[in-house]
Design a protein around this ligand. Structure first.
Ligand SMILES: C=C(O[C@@H]1C=C(C(=O)O)C=C[C@H]1O)C(=O)O
Length: 275
């Protein structure tokens, strides 16, 4: 039985809903959590495969395999990866910035944007705080996932920067927040099951795109986001694609990350073979 990590954010709801609706016979075991937790579970062998922070691949590119044709990404605003700041981003030089403990990719994206794009040297502190109001004496806070969506719906008087949008305006390429990753070790033992899952994810992706209105009616996020905003988010912000253009954005992100010493240079992307 494959153990699959399930990110408990609104961005994943359509895909997992579709996977279960299309293939009810699957005996997958789901393990829910935030990305940072699931990244750790995949690394320690507690799960076999999951949508993982994309930078996870880069940290051990000899150990991980990418499931082809699927991601969590955006080409422009993503709506759920947001920097809330008391000052304009270009004035953050010397400031201390709080970083969501749930993230691995977006925290490094922010570091790249601050250093390379805005020429700001900041200090960073990881936090479990999930509202912009809780940043105390710090200058800014990075929130991801549902915490970011909730924060943007509440009242505040801060500058808000959408990291998907900043990246797209800067580079002209999509940003890949999450890749579906497995390990070479699991692929050696359960290659057939992973290939079947990869095929099912392809179908689920298409089904999700075609049934968003149905899915919104039964999704738990509808209660606090409202059906219109949730549909809009799925339709116009979140994408599950992983095209060549996405991969060029991903490689550019890895190059920037290596340039400022966040990771070692990544030579090649490695994919799960599909036959
Ligand atoms: C688009 C998002 O991207 C998420 C950001 C991640 C990260 O920063 O490590 C990991 C998985 C994604 O779900 C989001 O948070 O909504």
């Amino acid at each position: 039985m494959l153990r699959i990590g399930r990110i408990e954010y609104a961005n994943c709801t359509p895909l997992f809903h579709a996977l279960n609706a299309l293939f009810p016979e699957n005996d997958y075991r789901y393990v829910g959590g935030v990305p940072a937790y699931l990244n750790g579970m995949l690394a320690s062998g507690g799960i076999d495969v999951c949508p993982s922070s994309s930078i996870t691949f880069a940290t051990h590119s000899d150990q991980y395999l990418i499931i082809p044709d699927i991601s969590i990404s955006s080409s422009g605003p993503v709506l759920s990866v947001l920097l809330f700041s008391k000052t304009p981003i270009e004035d953050l030089d010397g400031a201390q910035v709080l970083l969501s403990s749930e993230s691995a990719t977006s925290v490094n994206l922010l570091k790249i944007l601050l250093r390379i794009r805005y020429n700001c040297q900041c200090t960073f502190q990881i936090t479990d705080q999930s509202t912009p109001g809780a940043m105390g004496g710090n200058e800014a806070i990075l929130l991801i996932g549902d915490a970011a969506l909730r924060a943007t719906m509440s009242r505040h008087d801060m500058f808000v920067y959408d990291l998907g949008e900043l990246w797209y305006r800067w580079t002209g390429t999509p940003f890949v927040f999450a890749l579906w990753l497995t390990t070479r070790e699991v692929a050696g033992r359960r290659g057939d099951e992973l290939m079947r899952l990869a095929r099912q994810l392809g179908h689920a992706k298409q089904y999700a795109e075609e049934h968003l209105e149905e899915i919104v009616r039964v999704s738990p996020e509808r209660d606090w986001m409202g059906p219109e905003l949730l549909l809009d988010y799925w339709r116009n912000n979140i994408s599950y694609d992983l095209t060549d253009l996405h991969l060029s954005g991903l490689k550019r992100y890895f190059r920037f990350a290596a340039e400022i010493g966040l990771i070692a240079p990544v030579r090649d992307l490695a994919f799960l073979p599909l036959d």
